[in-house]
Design a protein around this ligand. Structure first.
Ligand code: C2O
Ligand code: CU
Ligand code: CU
Length: 609
C-alpha cells in the first residue's frame, strides 16, 4: 500500500482506518483488523446464519392494507408529544411469524412500523420530545464501523461488528425547521441521552408548522447508520393541513390514505435480512452501495390489497425505501391524477400513467375508480430498474408488483372534487449566485467504495453557505452512472432544467483539475465550469415535478439545475422564518439513497446572516 492510485482512494475514503495504520506504521495492524473481521464474521455466520425466504412463497394480496394510526399528543388535543424509538414485534404477512422491528410511538406497547402519522395544522406549532428506547438492544443489522458514522463509543474505525448502544435521531423531511430540531446527523443520542453527538442541542424538538399544506415524513437520520435504522422500521408520515388555503372537498377521511412503499428481504423465520458482506470487504466489511430487497411492503404489510369503492381516492405516496426507485402504473391503464409534490399542491392537476418516485420523494395523487364494476382488480405495478436507471429489471413476479386494489360496493355518493386550480406557485427568479457542484463516485476493487458531493468528504469545511433570504441556482453535474435523489434540508426548491453534457470530455478536464477525489484535507478543490460541455436540448421539469420539491432526481450524464430561496416557501415577498435559520448546528444536503448518504454522499450547509 504505497504510492499507487488505489492507495489514494483508500486513504481518501477510509481516512480513519488508513490514518490509524499510518500512525502505527504497520501493515500488521491492518492485517490484524482483517483477520479479526474474518474470524468474527465466520463466527457470526455460524451462530446467526439466516436462510433467505423465497418471497414467491408468500401469497400476494392476502392481507388488507393497514392505514397508519394517528400520533397522539400526551394530553388529548394538546400540542406536546413524547415519542420513543422502540424494539417491537409485528406481523408483516399472515404467513409469517412476527418480525423484530423498530417503531416509533409514545410507549413500547403503542409503537408501530411505520410510525403513526402526525396530523398537524398550519400555524399551530407542536413540540416533540424524541427519545431512544433501545436500551439493551444490540443492532440486528451489520453496522459498518469503517465508514464515518456516529461511533458512540469513540472506538474509531474497526472491522469488528458493533455491540454498543444504538444512536438515533429524528429528522422531519421537507420541514422548515430550526437546525437544533432538524435531526442533524451529528445530533444523535443513545438511550437515556447517555451519549450524544457533537451536533446535539436539545431533547424537545420544535416544529412551527408554518409552511403550506403538504405530505412530509419523519425518519431516522443518525450519521452513517441511517440506512440500517430506517431499514429496521424508523419512518412515518407527517401531514400539514391548511384548512384556510387548501382546496376543499378533495377525497378525505377513509378516502385519503397515505401509502409508504418499502422493499425488504426476509429469512425463513420472517426476520429481516440486510446483507452482511460488503462488496469491498477488505475496506468496508459490511457496507454495500445500494440495498435492494426482493419483497415489497406497503404501510408495513407485504403485498397487501385495498378494497376500494368505485369513487375517487386520495393517496399520499412516499418512497420510503433505502435505494429502490419505483416507476408506478395501474394495470387498468388509468392515470394517477397528481395534485401535489414534496412541498405542496401543484398549480393544477397533472395526469400521468407512469409515476416515478426515487427514495424520499412524495406524490400526492388521486385515483378515480368511479364506474368500475364490483370485483374489478387493479394491480399497482412497478417497472423501475435497480439501480436506476441502468440496473436489473424489476422481477414481475416479485418487486414488479406493489399492491392490489379490489373494487367493492359504493356506500355513498362521491361528493369529492378535484378543482382545476389547486395552487398559485410563484416561480423563483433573480438568482444571486450559481453554484456548480458535482456528484462523484469512487470505485474500489469490488465496485463502488463511496460517493461524494462536489469531490469533498462529509467532514471537510462547509462550502455551501447561502445568505438568509437569498436565491441561488445550484447546477449539479452527475459524474456517476446512476440517478441520485438529491435532497436539501430546510427548503423547498423549484427544478429549472436538466441538460446533457459531454461526460468524458468534462471528466478529463475535471480530473486534470482535481486528480484525487475526494480531495484530501488541505488540498484545494477546483470547480470546473460545465458551460463548454453542455449539449443541446434543455429539458424543463416534467409537469408533475413543476412544483415545490425537496428531493430531485439527478440523472447520469445530465446537469440538473434547481433554484432555491433560503426563506420560507410561498409568497413573492421574502417572509422571515419563525426561528434563527443561521444557528448551529446548521443543515445538510445529501443523496437520499441511504447507503450513499451514509457513506460520504452528504455535506453540511449553513445559512449566513
Ligand atoms: Cu429524508 Cu436528510 O433526509
Ligand atoms: Cu430532509
Ligand atoms: Cu446517491
Amino acid at each position: 500500500m504505497k504510492d499507487d492510485g488505489s492507495t489514494k482512494l483508500v486513504e481518501g475514503c477510509c481516512r480513519k482506518t488508513a490514518g490509524i495504520a499510518r500512525r502505527l506504521n504497520s501493515r500488521a495492524v491492518f492485517l490484524w483488523l482483517v483477520i479479526g473481521y474474518v474470524v468474527m464474521a465466520a463466527a457470526a455466520e455460524l451462530v446467526f446464519a439466516q436462510v433467505p425466504l423465497d418471497p414467491r412463497t408468500l401469497m400476494k394480496f392476502k392481507d388488507p392494507l393497514p392505514a397508519p394510526g394517528v400520533m397522539q399528543p400526551t394530553t388529548p388535543g394538546g400540542t406536546y408529544y413524547e415519542v420513543g424509538v422502540w424494539q417491537i414485534g409485528q406481523q408483516l404477512h399472515s404467513q409469517l411469524q412476527p418480525t423484530i422491528l423498530w417503531g416509533y410511538g409514545p410507549t413500547q406497547a403503542t409503537a408501530t412500523y411505520p410510525g403513526a402519522t402526525f396530523d398537524v395544522t398550519r400555524g399551530v406549532p407542536i413540540q416533540v420530545r424524541w427519545t431512544n428506547g433501545l436500551g439493551g438492544v444490540i443492532h440486528p443489522m451489520p453496522v459498518d464501523q469503517t465508514i464515518h458514522w456516529a461511533d458512540p463509543l469513540g472506538t474509531g474505525p474497526t472491522f469488528a461488528p458493533y455491540l454498543g448502544p444504538i444512536p438515533t435521531v429524528v429528522h422531519l423531511h421537507g420541514g422548515e425547521t430550526e437546525a437544533a430540531s432538524d435531526g442533524h446527523p451529528d445530533a444523535w443520542f443513545t438511550p437515556g441521552f447517555a451519549i450524544k453527538g457533537m451536533g446535539w442541542v436539545k431533547q424537545i424538538y420544535d416544529y412551527p408548522n408554518d409552511q403550506p399544506a403538504t405530505t412530509l415524513w419523519y425518519h431516522d437520520h443518525a450519521l452513517g447508520i441511517t440506512r440500517l435504522n430506517v431499514y429496521m422500521g424508523l419512518a412515518g408520515f407527517y401531514l400539514i393541513r391548511d384548512p384556510v388555503n387548501e382546496p376543499a372537498n378533495l377525497p378525505s377521511g377513509a378516502y385519503e390514505i397515505p401509502i409508504v412503499i418499502q422493499d425488504r428481504m426476509f429469512d425463513v423465520n420472517g426476520q429481516l435480512i440486510y446483507p452482511n458482506l460488503g462488496i469491498n470487504p477488505l475496506i468496508h466489511p459490511f457496507w454495500i452501495p445500494e440495498f435492494f430487497g426482493n419483497t415489497i411492503l406497503v404501510n408495513g404489510k407485504i403485498w397487501p390489497y385495498l378494497n376500494v369503492e368505485p369513487r375517487k381516492y386520495r393517496f399520499r405516496l412516499l418512497n420510503g425505501s433505502d435505494a429502490r426507485f419505483y416507476n408506478l402504473s395501474l394495470s387498468s391503464g388509468q392515470p394517477f391524477i397528481q395534485i401535489g409534490t414534496d412541498g405542496g399542491y401543484l398549480n393544477a392537476p397533472v395526469q400521468v400513467t407512469q409515476l416515478l418516485l426515487a427514495p424520499g420523494e412524495r406524490a400526492d395523487v388521486v385515483i378515480d375508480f368511479t364506474g368500475l364494476a364490483v370485483g374489478t382488480q387493479i394491480l399497482l405495478a412497478n417497472n423501475a430498474k435497480a439501480p436506476f436507471p441502468g440496473g436489473a429489471p424489476a422481477d414481475p413476479r416479485t418487486v414488479g408488483q406493489i399492491m392490489l386494489f379490489k373494487v367493492v360496493l359504493l356506500t355513498a355518493p362521491d361528493t369529492s372534487v378535484i378543482p382545476a386550480t389547486l395552487n398559485t406557485i410563484t416561480p423563483l427568479t433573480g438568482t444571486a449566485a450559481t453554484r456548480t457542484l458535482t456528484l462523484n463516485e469512487v470505485i474500489g476493487p469490488g465496485g463502488p467504495l463511496a460517493m461524494f458531493l462536489d469531490g469533498k468528504m462529509w467532514d471537510a469545511p462547509v462550502t455551501e453557505n447561502p445568505t438568509l433570504g437569498s436565491t441561488e441556482t445550484w447546477e449539479i453535474i452527475n459524474l456517476t452512472a446512476d440517478t441520485h435523489p438529491i435532497h436539501l434540508h430546510l427548503v423547498q426548491f423549484q427544478i429549472l432544467s436538466r441538460r446533457g453534457f459531454q461526460v468524458n470530455k468534462y471528466l478529463k478536464a475535471y480530473t486534470a483539475a482535481n486528480p484525487i477525489i475526494p480531495v484530501p484535507p488541505g488540498v484545494t478543490y477546483t470547480p470546473v465550469p460545465v458551460g463548454p460541455y453542455l449539449q443541446r436540448g434543455l429539458v424543463p421539469p416534467a409537469a408533475n415535478e413543476a412544483g415545490w420539491k425537496d428531493t430531485v432526481r439527478m440523472n447520469p450524464g445530465e446537469v440538473t439545475r434547481i433554484i432555491v430561496r433560503f426563506a420560507p416557501i410561498g409568497s413573492a415577498a421574502v417572509t422571515p422564518y419563525p426561528f434563527d435559520a443561521t444557528a448551529a448546528p446548521g443543515y445538510v444536503w445529501h443523496c437520499h439513497i441511504l447507503e450513499h448518504e451514509d457513506n460520504e454522499m452528504m455535506r453540511p450547509y449553513t445559512v449566513q446572516p
